[in-house]
Design a binder for this molecule. Structure first.
Ligand code: ZN
Length: 337
């Protein structure tokens, strides 16, 4: 799956601050509305052996406030599969630029910021297949079941049913036959870098099963492409839970640098997540101590409640609000105090 240029093997690991030598292909798309985007290939390590020609690449497309949409391209056939196609206009620009044919959409869950582009794309491409596990997903053509395997050329996709954030949430595990590269997990709003999704339609028992049985069984080197850019906020919470965890500190410092440069923190790897993500560390003593619980499901439930109440970063006043303040327009309210 993808190829790597020499020297990029560890470019996406924790603490691996992007250097000026990092290829442009690993950079996030420029700030909107510029339509260009990230090209992300899967790096291997070590990166010395001869490699087969690259056949698959993942484009990381930053949309809306903090969502990720992905386009997986099989380069040998120029066919592509989108994951969570919420903004058709952006997707179409990229499809055109890459000269690829969109074959299918994989939707992780029905929330508008993941699925709202499906209908429009289905109208444009009458043969388009839309996969998902929830009837509420717009333009759904193929309802998938747990462990069902889909095939798109050389690309295999295993559907992993992970209900909790929504009752029909599904993650997609992708790999290529005969490829030495790491597989990829499109984890939607179930697993984030440093965190997990909210339990809107499910229970802590379900999320425990999703994380510790379903996703934990995947190969450790699996690259994790999640549905939102929440890394800094998640890792700040992780450092509250485990203040002594060096992996949390390192990943948070790295994520802040990425954030400063408007670069994505995806993909991480499953192995990394187990080192700093408190929701995957519910049997660790420090995490149990933080929650005051010992049963892993109780720990997970308590962590989620704590995270739900974890303070959001302070809202910065927008320029108009600041101007209004300077002009004294808020003074009548201030004087009332
Ligand atoms: Zn959601």
């Amino acid at each position: 799956m993808g190829a790597c240029a020499p020297g990029t093997g560890a470019a996406l690991g924790p603490g691996a601050v992007p250097s000026p030598a990092q290829p442009a292909s690993a950079a996030r798309e420029p700030a909107r509305p510029e339509p260009d985007l990230t090209v992300l290939v899967f790096p291997c390590s070590p990166c010395t052996r001869p490699r087969p020609p690259r056949t698959m690449k993942v484009k990381v497309i930053s949309i809306l406030e903090d969502n990720y949409m992905y386009l997986v391209i099989e380069e040998s056939t120029k066919e592509a599969v989108a994951v969570d196609a919420a903004v058709p206009k952006r997707l179409l620009e990229i499809i055109r630029k890459e000269g690829v044919a969109l074959k299918a959409i994989l939707t992780t869950h029905h929330h508008w910021d993941h699925a709202r582009g499906n209908e429009e794309l289905a109208k444009l491409y009458p043969d388009l297949r839309v996969y998902g596990a929830d009837e509420r997903i717009g333009a759904l053509t193929n309802k998938v079941a747990h462990n069902e395997v889909l095939k798109f050329g050389d690309i295999n996709v295993r559907c992993l049913f992970t209900p909790c954030h929504t009752s029909g949430h599904t993650c997609y595990f992708m790999w290529e036959d005969n490829s030495p590269d790491a597989p990829a997990l499109f984890s939607g709003d179930t697993l984030f870098v440093g965190g997990c999704g909210r339990f809107f339609e499910g229970t802590a028992e379900q999320m425990y099963k999703n994380l510790m049985d379903v996703l934990a069984a995947l190969p450790k080197e699996t690259k994790v492409f999640c549905g939102h850019e929440y890394a800094v906020r998640n890792l700040k919470f992780a450092s509250k839970v485990e203040p002594e965890n060096e992996n949390v500190k390192k990943k948070l410092a790295w994520a802040k640098l990425r954030d400063d440069e408007d670069l994505p923190t995806v993909p991480s790897t499953l192995q990394e997540e187990f080192q700093y993500n408190p929701f995957l560390r519910v049997s660790e003593e420090a995490v149990q101590k933080f929650t005051g619980k010992t049963d892993p499901v109780d720990v997970l439930r308590a962590l989620r409640t704590e995270k739900d109440n974890f303070k959001k970063p302070k809202e910065r006043l927008n320029p108009q609000a600041m101007l209004a303040f300077e002009w004294g327009l808020f003074s009548p309210f201030l004087e009332k105090k």
